[in-house]
Design a protein around this ligand. Structure first.
Ligand code: CS2
Length: 497
């Protein structure tokens, strides 16, 4: 029997054919309120926040916090068409070594594609039913200068949106217009909830949005700053990009024809500060760790960003240069597996704060297992992309702190060096690959094989502290020379005890 197209009407048929599939039994559409407007409906959102909200709706009768998804970028057109063709339903397939489980999600209730109607997005955010606007817009969507810690106000997209005669194109443009409307209507600001991988994501969102608005209307910036809440959060779930084979596999194994399913790992985690200015759903009922204290969130964030995302950097850039395609393949090479373990244990761990009840060694072991999970087939290019938002966050601060406490940092430098070399887009066997980064032209103009000085001169990414540190510059130069001369695989043994 052929697979059945996913939509509301066909749900009973899908379930009848395969009772193990979870399907939403809660009401959707006009029967619920859309309390969350989410900007950036990619794989991660659909595997993370939307799954938590689905559980709230399914198991706890929550009806005020369904999600209205929003796409800002022209490339979101594909998501619009996929979701609209199936009543915004989609499948999450959780894969582990022990097998697969399929769950159809119904928490996304509608979808707005901003280029179709920008005004509709502003009106939706400003609507009294909207209590939270959440974001997964990637590091580059924040226009955050890592060096000055200020908004990149000179960026042409920000300049476009600062001219309020223009309809907005950036997230901050939309948030600004919607906040302005809410103040005029006597409403509270919505909570702006960042779900991106950044240390202090809530604080950065607050700072960037109020800086943006201060350029247009200082009193509105003050209103948001005083009345608005921007919780910090640590978010985690490894979610590969959907591959064509994933659609075929879903149809074959589960009989579901889904235009854009998600494949992910069983593990998921979210630690968030309890700072919401216009109400929130009872997230704690579905396993979210809601904490009162910002310091706790910062500590969790530090552990996750430095251990998970930092390790992902060597796996992705080192693995790509060595000619691999997937994370689990890299981990099957004992040189990489040892390197990752030793970097976490010897260079990263001692820069991390103790968290009561959190066993960091166990956390590292779990990470090795998660990275080694073959069936999710996590693609290296997914992790390699956008390195200018990643290396300065996941690796550089750890190096700076390791040097500060005179701890070892050679492996961290080697990891940074793999990214510097990756920019050239040629692997150790001479094969070309595509490099994806919003700053690619600038990076290419400055990158030199075996010499980090050109790239290190980009102040916006690297600041002055490390560039001026002799130990750092010497160590990264040696690593980059080794990679340029011998390749990654031949260099790795020098970094393993
Ligand atoms: C990855 C993350 O893109 C990256 O740099 O490290 O997407 C990673 O998979 C997630 O942060 C896991 O929570």
């Amino acid at each position: 029997m052929g697979a059945v197209k996913l939509n509301s009407k066909n749900l009973p048929q899908i379930k009848a054919a395969n009772p193990s599939i979870e399907i939403p039994s809660f009401k959707r559409g006009d029967a619920v309120k859309e309390g969350i407007v989410h900007v950036g409906v990619g794989g991660f959102h659909r595997a993370h926040l939307a799954v938590y909200v689905n559980q709230l709706m399914e198991k706890h009768g929550v009806t005020d916090y369904a999600i209205c998804g929003v796409g800002l970028q022209p490339f979101d057109e594909g998501m619009r068409d996929a979701l609209n063709s199936q009543d915004c339903l989609y499948t999450v397939e959780e894969r582990s070594a022990t097998g697969s489980v399929a769950k159809v999600m119904g928490s996304i209730n509608s979808y707005l594609f901003a280029p179709d109607n920008r005004e509709a997005v502003i009106a939706k955010m400003a609507h009294p039913d909207t209590h939270i606007v959440s974001l997964t817009i990637t590091e580059s969507g924040y226009f955050y200068n890592e060096n000055t810690h200020q908004l990149q106000v000179e960026d042409p997209l920000i300049q476009h949106d600062l001219d309020t005669k223009n309809l907005p194109i950036t997230a901050f443009g939309f948030l600004h217009h919607a906040m302005q409307r809410r103040r005029e209507q006597g409403l509270k600001p919505f909570t702006v909830m960042s779900c991106d991988n950044m240390q202090g994501n809530g604080a950065i969102t607050r700072h960037m949005l109020t800086s943006f608005t201060r350029n247009i209307d200082p009193s509105l910036a003050d209103w948001m700053n005083t009345n608005g809440h921007f919780p910090n959060a640590m978010v985690d779930r490894i979610t590969p990009s959907t591959a064509p084979a994933d659609k075929v596999g879903l149809a074959e194994k589960f009989g579901i024809e889904d235009s854009w399913p998600i494949v992910t790992e069983p593990f998921m985690q979210w630690v968030i500060e309890d700072h919401f200015c216009d109400g929130r759903p009872p997230f704690e009922k579905v396993g979210v760790q809601i904490v009162k204290n910002v310091q706790n969130v910062e500590e969790f964030e530090k552990h996750k960003l430095r251990l998970l995302n930092g390790s992902h950097a060597i796996i992705a850039y080192g693995g790509q240069l060595a000619g691999y395609k997937y994370v689990h393949e890299v981990m099957e090479n004992p040189l990489f597996a040892k390197f990752v373990w030793q970097m976490m244990q010897q260079e990263v761990k001692h820069t991390l704060p103790d968290i009561e009840g959190h066993d960091v060694d166990q956390y590292c072991k779990t990470l090795i297992e998660r990275f080694s999970n073959p069936p999710i087939r996590d693609q290296l290019p997914r992790i390699c992309g956008g390195g200018t938002g990643k290396i300065p966050q996941f690796i550089m601060p750890t190096i700076a702190e390791a040097i500060w406490v005179t701890g070892p940092f050679r492996r961290l430098c080697f990891t940074a060096a793999t990214w510097f070399h990756y920019i050239h887009g040629v692997d150790d066997n001479g094969n070309k690959f595509e490099v994806q980064d919003s700053m690619l032209d600038e990076l290419r103009a400055l990158a030199q094989p075996g010499d980090p000085t050109g790239l290190l001169s980009i102040k916006q990414l690297f600041g002055d502290d490390l560039r001026g540190d002799k130990r750092f510059v010497e160590t990264i130069t040696i690593a980059l020379e080794e990679i340029a001369r011998d390749g990654v695989i031949k260099s790795l043994p020098k970094y393993i005890d």
